[in-house]
Design a protein around this ligand. Structure first.
Ligand code: ARG
Length: 586
């Protein structure tokens, strides 16, 4: 419907003012319930030598009596437009064909985006510790955005840039040699690694010579000592596997786990099949020095100093002892991704503490000329915490993701037992597994990633407001309505809408396409959640005020059933993208 309005505006502007506008952008009016679109008349004011307010007055008069316009009026420089119902009838018909008849309803977008690639950098866990509550953040957000891109037809490379290098491995290997315990290792390897790491840290506080030992162990690893590489591989493998067990529970799966170590160019054993490395960190540092972007100090360290107007603090690429700072691995990763995948965009789902680091990396990559037209975006998130816990690994005060998910399951059971006294044991098992995880995931994803969130058990299981149970409930209701009547529906070609509730529902469904684009562009899944909630509210208003199954007029009933069907399809689709299941029963 937007297209029709744009076409009309172009035509009328041309007829009345002899101006050809290439592009017209419609905006959302502040009062969405009164108006459908707003057009800012600023763009015309220069050519017409009139004020935008005057133009909006005139335009309102010009388009007022058109068929597809219900009402038009000026609000200062803006022209507010309300579209007539007939145009929604048209949209309804189109939506139905997109969403229902033609299962592949994104073909138009697939043509648009078919040749494009994006790289999503997310998860990026450090390999020596189990996933924790913080891993609710970037894995869930990144995965939702990956799904949206794929839905729109993009090729996506989902890469978990794991932390599998640096001095930590010196610590781990040394601690392993000193204190490892075979039994514990077999029982729960990742847990044991954390234990070793904590011990290594604590012991070094008491015995300062240990730090030296850790450095030496790391040096051995960097020099490709066979035993060290063997241990490195084992530890890394344990960690990736253990992390994937938890990620599977949340339906998260990267294509690759390409670690920081890979960019050292040591040819450490690969655990997946990704392209080989052409430019390692050494060659990157050399290139930057050669191009006058980095300079080497007398002590051997290599630095990047930025131009004054960039207002970015200088940073180190290579330390005195020749080892690299992790900026070098991020730069190597950018070059590698450009070389192999030539993405349109690389989106980094990494927490806000890395803001400066990534800004430095992005600025350098641009300067050195690797980027062409590729956009680098840091989709940072703020923190998640549980009310009384601080998130520190060192002192064991870590809220592990598996514990969190287990506890959620227990709580869901309790709630179910309270709410349904008829529930059977197997039903309880099955439902609690579903409910907890999706409620929790939705609860998290509906928050903007640019806010801190505090985990509150009472909040996420709420059946009111913007929550998974609320939306799920409406979905089940829709499925139930359709169950008995859908098959008997006649395929008559009737699409006229008469009630405002019907029109509102069509409008809400229609905006799905715009929301997908917005979610993709901002890399913010909460837009999708806000949409799902609004759509559900609109559906409930429709369902509560308009008879569907009780309607005696067969054509009207048919139209309404089709609307219910569209609602169920779109809401299911939304949740598919968030990778949240929607059971058909509750
Ligand atoms: N692993 C680093 C850390 O935990 C962050 C790396 C950020 N870069 C990235 N490409 N994800 O401090």
């Amino acid at each position: 419907m937007e297209k029709e309005i744009i076409k009309l505006l172009k035509q009328k502007i041309n007829e009345n003012y002899s101006i050809e506008l290439d592009e017209i952008k419609l905006e959302n009016p502040p009062k969405k319930d009164l108006w459908d679109f707003a057009f800012g008349c600023f763009v015309l004011s220069k050519d017409l030598k009139k004020s935008p307010a005057q133009i909006s007055q005139e335009l309102a008069g010009i388009i007022k009596n058109e068929d597809i316009i219900e009402e038009a009026s000026a609000a200062g420089p803006y022209l507010n437009i309300k579209v007539s119902k007939s145009i929604f009838t048209n949209s309804f018909y189109m939506l139905y064909n997109y969403l229902y008849n033609d299962k592949n309803y994104f073909t138009w977008n697939i043509d648009l985006y078919k040749w494009k690639t994006v790289v999503i950098d997310y998860i990026g866990a450090n390999v020596w510790k189990p996933l924790h509550i913080g891993h609710m953040c970037t894995p869930n957000q990144g995965q939702a955005i990956i799904n949206v891109y794929r839905k729109l037809g993009y090729k996506v490379i989902a890469d978990s840039h794991i932390g599998d290098w640096w001095i930590i491995f010196g610590k781990l290997i040394k601690a392993y040699k000193l204190w490892w315990n075979e039994e514990k290792l077999h029982e729960n390897a990742i847990e044991h690694l954390l234990e070793l790491y904590v011990k290594a840290t604590d012991e070094a506080e008491k015995h300062s010579h240990l730090d030296e030992d850790y450095r030496n162990e790391f040096k051995l690893l960097s020099e490709w000592n066979l035993e060290s590489v063997g241990l490195w591989r084992e530890f890394t493998k344990y960690s990736i596997d253990a992390a994937q067990v938890q990620l599977d529970r949340l339906h998260i799966k990267p294509d690759y786990n390409i670690g920081e170590s890979f960019y050292e160019g040591l040819w450490l054993p690969k655990m997946e099949d990704y392209p080989d490395l052409k430019y390692d960190m050494h060659s990157i540092v050399e290139e930057l020095i050669k191009k006058w972007i980095a300079t080497q100090n007398e002590d051997g360290s290599v630095w990047v100093v930025f131009d004054e107007e960039e207002k970015i603090p200088s940073c180190v690429l290579q330390k005195r002892d020749g080892t690299h700072w992790y900026l070098a691995s991020d730069l190597a990763a950018i070059k590698y991704r450009m070389e192999n995948w030539a993405p349109e965009k690389i989106v980094y789902f990494v927490d806000v503490r890395q803001q400066l680091h990534l800004k430095q990396a992005f600025t350098i990559a641009k300067k050195v000329g690797w980027l062409w037209n590729t956009e680098l975006m840091h989709a940072y998130n703020w923190f998640i915490s549980l009310k009384d816990w601080a998130m520190s690994t060192r002192k064991w005060r870590i809220i592990k993701l598996d514990k969190l998910l287990d506890e959620a399951e227990e709580r869901a059971k309790k709630i179910l037992l309270e709410k349904r006294d008829d529930i059977t044991w197997s039903e309880l098992e099955e439902l609690s597994k579903i409910i907890w995880i999706w409620a929790i995931k939705y609860w998290y994803l509906k928050k903007s990633r640019e806010t801190d969130v505090v985990f509150d058990w009472d909040e996420f299981m709420s059946f009111e407001g913007n929550s998974w149970p609320y939306i799920q409930y409406a979905y089940v209701r829709a499925v139930r309505i359709l169950e008995n009547y859908w098959k008997s529906l006649s395929e008559e070609n009737i699409w006229s809408l008469e009630l405002s509730e019907e029109v509102e529902l069509v409008k809400a469904i229609w905006s799905y396409f715009f929301i997908l684009e917005k979610t993709k562009d901002t890399a913010m899944p909460h837009h999708l959640c806000a949409y799902a909630y609004d759509l559900t509210k609109t559906f409930n208003a429709f369902y509560n005020n308009v008879p569907v199954l009780n309607e005696t007029d067969e054509s009207k009933k048919m139209i309404r059933l089709k609307l219910v069907k569209l609602f169920s399809l779109v809401i299911k689709d939304c949740f598919n993208l968030l990778w949240i299941d929607m059971p058909e029963k509750m």
